[in-house]
Design a protein around this ligand. Structure first.
Ligand code: WQD
Length: 338
């Protein structure tokens, strides 16, 4: 009998790609989203890629009664929680909004998962490592004090999951994503930032298409080979496949510990300038960019040691940064109707 996975925030950037991979792997998927930070584009894209309508529930996981109702009306084998705010700067300006939304929704999911014996996968972030003392970071590397309420919610939710697993006999996995970028090769789903993008790749593609005049590279005086920051950019489809591995590990009872953490990255550091150059080269265009002062709160360099995920989940990033940047550009052109 097929197993059912609930994807909270399933209409968003990561949630939509995960939904596609889960469905293609044979899982029944229920998408739930309050659409507070997206429109129907990705949901429609998911259905077009899969050639079928997936169940969609418009709801807010901050509503505990609605959350409990969803879990009692469906036999949910695992839940993947993406429904959260994610803009670092906004979280500094609006901490209460971030704490209320990101923490309450996850507490409700944990409560319902406890009642119904549901496995929980939490979408965490490399942001929990802060400015690491050593790179690459392993899952054992220390978590640093969060530098924003957003980062703090990621750390706190990891702790909520760890403590609930320990107390209630639940099973949970936290995946720590590095920098997810790109889009589905169909160009039917992708990242849809509202307003001015905070993240690098949407800013690059919007500059290339003419929506933004110029890309500002924040800092070229970092102690790195070319002076720009180093990150681990992970293809969104590769990242989505890691969720299928983690969900099946939980559902099939293959976990070695009831709470496990995995880094999801490539293990390859790429500088901002390298990424910009790769984008220009693979897509055959010139980008208008300029160096600007450092952005407050940015760490110099962080990349993953992804070997634990390879050993335990049987997962490994497969796509090159060039393939990923070509997909990101195809998606931007699709959005522009080109
Ligand atoms: C990458 C690099 C910038 C924009 C953040 C969150 C993290 C995660 C992903 C999200 C940095 C530089 C960027 C621009 C630039 N979670 N940059 N010009 O900061 O590594 O991680 O997003 O939901 O938790 O902190 O990603 O894409 O913003 O920046 O030069 O216009 O690109 O300085 O070096 P970041 P990013």
């Amino acid at each position: 009998m097929s197993k059912t996975v609930l994807v909270s925030g399933g209409a968003g950037f990561i949630g939509s790609h995960v939904t596609v991979e889960l469905s293609q792997a044979g899982y029944d998927v229920i998408i739930a989203d309050n659409m507070s930070n997206c429109d129907e584009t990705n949901y429609k894209g998911v259905c077009a890629i899969l050639g079928k309508q997936l169940p969609f529930i418009k709801m807010d996981f901050c509503d505990s009664a609605a959350t409990e109702k969803l879990f009692s009306e469906n036999k949910i084998d695992a839940v993947i929680h993406f429904a959260a705010f994610k803009a670092v700067g906004e979280s500094v300006a609006e901490p209460l909004m971030y704490y209320k939304n990101n923490l309450v929704s996850f507490l409700n999911i944990l409560q319902a998962s406890r009642e119904h014996g549901t496995n929980v996968l939490f979408s965490s972030s490399a942001t929990v490592y802060g400015e690491p003392d050593e790179t690459p970071v392993t899952e054992q590397s220390p978590r640093k004090p969060a530098t924003s309420p957003y980062g703090n919610t990621k750390q706190m939710c990891e702790d909520f999951l760890r403590d609930c697993v320990a107390a209630y006999g639940m099973h949970g996995i936290a995946l720590r994503y590095f920098n997810p970028i790109g889009a589905h090769p169909s160009a039917l789903i992708g990242e849809l930032p509202r307003g001015v993008p905070n993240n690098l790749v949407p800013f690059i593609t919007q500059t290339a298409i003419g929506k933004r005049e110029c890309l500002y590279i924040f800092g070229n005086d970092y102690p790195t080979p070319d002076g720009t920051c180093l990150r681990d950019y992970i293809d969104i489809v590769d990242l989505a496949k890691a969720h299928v591995c983690a969900v099946s590990r939980m559902i099939e009872g293959r976990m070695e510990e009831p709470y496990e953490i995995f880094n999801i990255g490539t293990g390859r550091p790429v500088s901002v300038l390298e990424l910009v150059n790769a984008f220009e080269k693979v897509n055959g265009l010139k980008l208008n960019y300029r160096f600007a002062p450092r952005r407050e709160g940015d760490v110099t360099a962080v990349w993953a040691d992804p070997s634990l995920a390879e050993r335990k989940l049987g997962w490994k990033a497969t796509r090159t940064v060039e393939q990923t940047l070509a997909a990101a550009w195809a998606w931007e052109k699709h959005l522009a109707g080109k």
